[in-house]
Design a protein around this ligand. Sequence first.
Ligand code: IVH
Length: 690
Amino acid sequence: MTASTLPDLLEAHERAAQLRHTIAQHDYAYYVLDAPTISDAQYDQLFAQLITLETAYPECLTPDSPTQKVGGTVAEGFEPIKHSLPMLSLQNGFSDEEIRAFDQRCVDLLQQETIEYACELKFDGLAISLQYINGVLVQAATRGDGITGEGITENIRTVRGIPLRLRAAECPDILEVRGEVLMFKKDFAELNERQAAAEQAIFANPRNAAAGSLRQLDSRITATRRLRFFAYGIGAFSGGELPSTHDGLLQKYSELGLPVSPERAVVQGPSGLMAFYRRIEEKRESLPYEIDGVVYKVNRHAQQAQMGFVSRAPRFALAHKFPAQEALTTLLDISVNVGRTGAITPVAHLAPVRVGGVTVSRATLHNEDELRRKDIWIGDTVSIRRAGDVIPEVVCSLRDQRPAQAHPFIMPTHCPVCASPIERLEDEAVARCIGGLICAAQRKQALWHFAQRKAFDIEGLGTKVIDQLVDHDVVQTPADLFRLDMQTLCALERFAEKSAQNLLDALESAKHTTLARFIYALGIRHVGEATAKNLARYFGKLDPLMQASVDVFLEVQDVGPVVAASIVQFFTQPHHIEVIAQLRHAGVHWEEIDPAPRPLPAPLAGCIVVLTGTLPTLTREEAQKQLEAAGARVTSTVSKKTHYVVAGTDAGQKLVKAQSLGIPVLDEQGLQTLLNTPLPVLEDLPSTKD
Ligand code: IVH
């Protein structure tokens, strides 16, 4: 937005209100209805427009603006919040008998033959309470010990699915919504990838990631974490009418703009409960977030109220938990697996055991140090854990049950696949086969990585075909794939003319790709999908990326020194350059994009601000310090080059001059907004008046 296109204040107010409304509608469609109507890029554009407008006209900024979800406050700690009604826990049940017993207790207490239940998911996140007064979110707290939680209002305000204002003309005076904050599996994987790239701590599971993100003192960090929320309960309520059932309440929540999981049902009696459990058990892996069971609640509120409590849990509800994700078994043997980059991973061979509904006979032991630290011997009884769709792992061994014939594992000195030496660098936990692409195991993995959906997405090129291609020495590098022909393929087992043609067609169409996919497909150590996207966005083209130095890579979002060094190291290897040249020669291509504008060294770099008059709380020096810390230049005279004038009381001539030049004037609140709102790009600041 430039000076010539800056609207007047009234227009700006109208436009900001319109944008807020449109964005709120899209948030509702995305987070509540799960049916977005615009692309992410279109949404981002609307959002950027609103930020630009609010930056130029801080008067237009309202507390419920979606731009306030970017965070901005740094807390010194979390203040204790006493819940107006305790946040209770749930009784648990595991077996069919326990579920029948729960139903029988409800039947007895309510003196009714068949009870109506509302069934929902048991989300594996963190319980929180949201307080809406007259429809506006005023306070959020964690569950804590159920009596007192921690105030996390600022962090919760950044959670995109949580409305800052409810969608209703008439709202209850007080409505305390209870529910779960969690992280979707996909967002968890991406977060860990970003954390790894930036050499930050990795989270063990989505629940820990959600908890860690909610307890950030700097709400701007929480804002980057893509937390989600599902409402499932109610606390304090006054000034309005409540639906008479739990299901009705959730329906009402959805209408108010609060996300509610669609995975729910109203059922009759224990057979309905069991059917819901089985349906969700089957769906569990395909859900985008983790759950650890289902929850049954007597549907009628009047009946719930009749039933009372047992040890801090209401009698009207029961959590039907999924079987434990851990089990004991015998460690029969340990072999090693050779990864794409030569990493040697010890793999446990187990006496088959059921864990969380599947039979497990292999589990990872991560690396040699881990094996020693956990003191795991072949022959031990070990505990196995499976979480979601991650590879099962050996948690620990029961040393007091160690049989006499048990013995420790000795790491091989040579690769079991190519017989090259296995080496371990001093500061690395992982041992590696140094065979590189000589090693068939590494070649196969590199090809598999290259062909997978997130990379070249070559349909029909699965592990079995890759095994054949490598074992028959037909393919050495990814570039060889594009030289395959009908005759070569048909000479291989299991290939007929049709399947060979399908693979050739898939290879042909895979040649048209994107730079991000291409970078990811190269299999550079530490460069996952998210990092590849950041690199593509930053460089726009491959050649400058191939020639860049560590210092340049460090400018790329989420790239730390280890990742930067790994990329530089990759491109110093002549055979990598050769394979890239061959791939291009074979016709692999992508659209080059304009590199993203380089990030500004500071959010207000290049911005010129004049301070005048007395601000309500900040001294002139404090305001100047904060502005300079954000990269702005504070000058004393108002000129056409000035971007903003911050005016307090008794502002005098500088204010008059600013107004005559049409320079945006901010009060102290506007200054805070300017300091805390990331600007899109410098070009979007109101332009200098020529
Ligand atoms: S209701 C009145 N519903 O489970 C009981 N809790 O063990 C209050 N949870 O701290 C909770 N999904 O974190 C309820 N659909 C659901 C839930 C749920 C997950 C968690 C919640 C709570 C714990 C209780």
